[in-house]
Structure formats: C-alpha cells, structure tokens
Design a protein around this ligand. Structure first.
Ligand SMILES: NC(=O)C1=CN([C@@H]2O[C@H](COP(=O)(O)OP(=O)(O)OC[C@H]3O[C@@H](n4cnc5c(N)ncnc54)[C@H](OP(=O)(O)O)[C@@H]3O)[C@@H](O)[C@H]2O)C=CC1
Ligand SMILES: CC(=O)[C@@H](O)[C@H](O)COP(=O)(O)O
Ligand SMILES: [Mn+2]
Length: 381
C-alpha cells in the first residue's frame, strides 16, 4: 500500500488524482489532503477519503472547516503543506497546488526523500535549479504529471537522455488560436476560459490562451530532462492528440499519443514504472480522427512564448520574475481588473526592468517573487 499526500486536492488535477486513487484502493490510500479555501468542495473529499491530516490555506478557513465538520488534524498554510509533505507516513507527494506557493513543500519533500509526482509547473519555473540540484543530491524521483512532460518521460523509457537531439512540445494554441492579434483587443474572460481540448483550472486555461503555458512548459522540460533551450521546439498541434515527442540523435522520433484525459499521466506517475488499466478513459480512435495537423509556431503571434524562452535562456532570477509577474497578471485578469492583452504587457514590463541575480538561493527567489507580484498589482491600481 502506498500512502499519498495530495496538495491541491480540490483542483482539477487534485480531483482527477483522487479519481485514480478511487479506482485502485488496493494500492493507494490518502494520507493527507491540502487545499486552499474551498470548504464546500473539500468536505465530501474528507468524508470519502478520511485523511489523517488536512491542510488549509489560512486560519479563517480552519475555523470555518472546524465549525462545519469535526474532523482529523488540521494544519495551516505553507508550514502545514511542508509538514504533511515530509511526514514519515507519506510515500508519494502529489504536488497539484497552483503556483509557486508549492515550492517550499517540494524542496522539503525532496530532503525527506519522498517520491514526487509533480503537476505544479510553477515550482520548476521559479526555482528549477534548486529543485533539480536537491533531487540529484537526494536521488529523488520527480515524476511528471503535466501531459507534455509525461509524454516525453514515457518516450524516454529505456533510452539514454544523452542521445536526445531535441524535444518537440506540442501546443493546442488555446482559446484564441484562430484570432489575429488585433482581435485579441476585445476578448472576454468568459471566452478565454473556453479551452478547445482540455478541461482544466482557470489559471492554466488562461496561460494556454496567452501561450505562456507552453513557455512555462519549455522551462519545465529544460529542468526535468536536462535539455538546452536550443534543443526544445514548440509546434502547433490543434488536436492535442500527440502530447509531445522526442527526436534522438539518429533522427528517430518517439511520440506519445492519447485522449485529453489527465488521469492517464496522473496514474502513470503513481504506478511508474508499471502501467495499470484505466477503464474509465476512452481508447483513441485514430480511424475516426483520420488526420493530425502540425504547424509552425509564430512567435510574433504569441509573445509570451518568446519571453519565456528568453527568460529561461537568461536564467538566474529571470524565470522567477516571469512566473511571478504572470501569476499576478493572470489573477488580475481573472478578477476582470485588466484586459487579456495587458497580461503580456505587465509581464514584459517586469522582465525589462529586472536586474538578474545569477544562481539565486531560495531566499532571493522568495523576495523577488513577492516584490514582483506587489509591483504588478500596484501598477494597475
Ligand atoms: N488542470 C490540468 O489539467 C493541468 C494542470 N497542470 C498544473 O497543475 C497545477 C494545478 O492546476 P489545476 O488543478 O488546474 O488548478 P486549480 O485551480 O483547479 O486547483 C488549484 C488547487 O490549488 C489550491 N490552492 C490554490 N492556491 C493555494 C494556496 N495558496 N495554498 C494552498 N492551496 C492552494 C486550490 O484550493 P481551492 O480549491 O481551495 O482554492 C486547488 O486545490 C498548476 O500548476 C497547473 O499548471 C498541469 C497540467 C494540466
Ligand atoms: C493538459 C496539460 O498538460 C495542459 O498544460 C495542456 O498542455 C494545455 O494545452 P495547451 O497549452 O497546449 O493549450
Ligand atoms: Mn501541459
């Protein structure tokens, strides 16, 4: 039996992780569940999975939860997420929390030698060098959940990372892929939240529409697979059937295909290196699909992707600024305080103003993350 600690339990990845656990109760038990403030979503999960420990985002949520439901031990905030992630009863940490708030728990779980299934890409963007250095030191497995990275990870089984010629990440193009830049001026939040292929949380859906999601994923791939930015390509693939590809030195390309169901990569991360049946997901019907399409990525159409490549190549604290500015800007867009195109403008402003620190320690990353968010928010008041 493997004991799972799940950060971000009430989110899109969190709920799908619990669905996988529900199908394999002989293999997995929930040890701890962490979420933000959404008590209404959390209570049924607590009743069903009976975690020994629960973590909520703040004291107010703790009080509300205690009033509504007398339950097991409740912890609070970052300290709470760290405690359950390092807990001696945790076998696998599933980090599906949203944003760079997941960084401390990841680092501390690595120190405690936990296997980590990671969906939380912002952690790798903001401090990939620290996470990978620690993972190497402690010989900890970081098992990707993000669909593209799971695809690459699957293509690399039995292969040698040193023989990779390039990684090819596929991008759906997001909600506005068929619009011109001029048309983006007047798009609404409601339109932006309509992803053509995937049903996901709000932030990653907006990131897909700006193409920042693919930018974050390029940086995530750089750290997870140790591949240079020059050897990571992004191509437009509107069907999201080929989840990503690896080209080897002999020009052979391996691809992983599947339906748009995140339970496949989630389950693979939990059962790796084995595979188990996933009866509730459909088989891919290639005859019905008939054709797959691939197009060149236009950087001038998607400036966020260009900014992410540049931030990644610059390195140091630049990816921290990229991520923090983007998290703050997307949050403002979700609150309808700024327009869609202002997201990229706010990120660009922060990147151009930033004076890079090379090889930053955790403290520097935390300070820069906080200051960047503050500046972005105050710039629109
Ligand atoms: N959804 C998807 O299909 C995919 C997601 N990812 C990545 O996975 C991560 C999660 O995405 P997704 O599930 O879509 O996000 P959601 O917005 O659906 O869920 C986010 C989860 O994090 C919790 N949370 C948010 N802020 C805090 C905080 N400050 N402290 C504690 N908990 C917090 C939320 O709690 P509450 O509900 O209480 O607010 C919720 O449980 C992201 O990094 C995303 O990029 C990667 C690939 C695919
Ligand atoms: C499901 C998943 O992994 C998302 O990150 C997805 O990749 C979003 O798709 P696009 O960014 O290609 O629109
Ligand atoms: Mn992805």
């Amino acid at each position: 039996m493997k004991y799972i600690t799940l950060l971000g339990a009430t989110g899109s990845i969190g709920l799908q992780t619990l669905d996988v656990i529900r199908q394999h109760q002989d293999l997995f038990t929930v040890h701890a569940l962490a979420f933000g403030k959404n008590i209404a979503k959390a209570i049924p999960l607590i009743k069903e999975f009976k975690p020994k420990k629960i973590v909520v985002q703040d004291w107010e949520t703790l009080q509300r939860l205690e009033m509504e439901y007398a339950t097991s031990e409740i912890l609070v905030g970052n300290e709470g997420m760290i405690e359950v992630s390092m807990d001696c009863e945790t076998d696998i940490l599933v980090n599906a929390v949203l944003g760079s708030v997941g960084l401390d728990a990841t680092l501390r779980a690595i120190e405690a030698n936990k296997t980590i299934a990671i969906a939380n890409k912002e952690t790798l963007v903001t401090a990939g060098h620290l996470v990978m250095e620690k993972a190497r030191k402690h010989q900890v497995h970081l098992l990707p959940i993000d669909s593209e990275h799971s695809a690459i990870f699957q293509c690399l089984q039995g292969e040698n990372n040193k023989e990779i010629n390039r990684l090819i990440l596929t991008a759906s193009g997001g909600s506005f892929r068929d619009k011109t830049r001029a048309e983006l001026e007047y798009v609404t939040l409601e339109d932006a939240l309509q992803h053509p292929n995937w049903s996901m949380g709000a932030k990653v859906t907006i990131d897909s529409a700006t193409m920042m999601n693919k930018g974050l994923e390029v940086i995530e791939a750089h750290w997870l697979f140790g591949v240079s930015y020059q050897a990571i390509d992004v191509i437009l693939h509107k069907e999201s059937i080929v989840h990503s590809m690896v080209e080897f030195d002999d020009k052979s390309i391996m691809a992983q295909l599947g339906t748009t169901d995140m339970r496949t990569p989630i389950q693979y991360a939990l059962t790796y290196p084995s595979r188990l049946p996933l009866p509730q997901t459909n088989s891919l019907d290639l005859i019905e699909i008939g054709k797959l399409h691939f197009e060149e990525m236009k950087f001038e159409r998607f400036p966020c992707l260009k900014m992410a490549y540049e931030a990644g190549k610059t390195g140091g604290t630049m990816p921290t600024v990229l991520n923090a500015a983007n998290e703050a800007a997307v949050s403002l867009f979700l609150q309808k305080k700024i327009s869609f195109l202002q997201i990229e403008k706010l990120v660009e402003n922060e990147l151009t103003q930033h004076y890079v620190i090379d090889h930053p320690e955790l403290e520097a990353i935390q300070v820069i993350d906080k200051e960047t968010r503050k500046r972005v928010v105050s710039s629109v008041k």
